[in-house]
Unconditional design. Structure first.
Length: 140
């Protein structure tokens, strides 16, 4: 009886340890690239340099916004238009803000970067990132 109880106690402890694993912090190498603003910017630059516009849009347009957009336009078509009209400019802007500190809102869920005057578009002097469910997305 003592052996069975001891074995059950061991198994119970292993079960508790396994159940607790999801609550352990992820190691640096395992972190999602959009979990931190600086790595999100680097990842967006990487995707733009690869001209992987479909992945960029899927990963960097906030999920609710993307869902609304793709109801009307297939993601591939959207990515093609984006690549022709906006990708090169966004790449320049992202490179210009890389390593700079943004203005954060009080909840630290919105990060606003001032864009260099030479890269501004009409009515656009900032690039805004928002955090949704722990990941950073480009708002504008």
């Amino acid at each position: 009886m003592f052996r069975i109880t001891r074995c059950m106690g061991f198994l119970w402890g292993v079960g508790i340890a396994i159940l607790g694993l999801p609550y352990l912090p992820a190691q640096q190498g395992d972190a999602h690239p959009q979990a931190q603003l600086d790595t999100a910017i680097s990842e967006a630059i990487r995707l733009l340099e690869k001209k992987d516009h479909v992945t960029l849009l899927k990963n960097f347009v906030a999920p609710d916004d993307l869902q609304k957009i793709v109801q009307n336009v297939p993601i591939e078509e959207l990515a093609e238009r984006f690549g022709k009209n906006h990708a090169e400019h966004l790449l320049k802007v992202l490179k210009s803000i890389q390593g700079k500190k943004p203005e954060l809102d009080q909840e630290k869920k919105t990060a606003t970067f001032r864009i260099d005057e030479s890269l501004r578009l009409p009515m656009r002097d900032t690039l805004v990132f928002v955090q949704v469910n722990g990941l950073w997305y480009i708002r504008n």
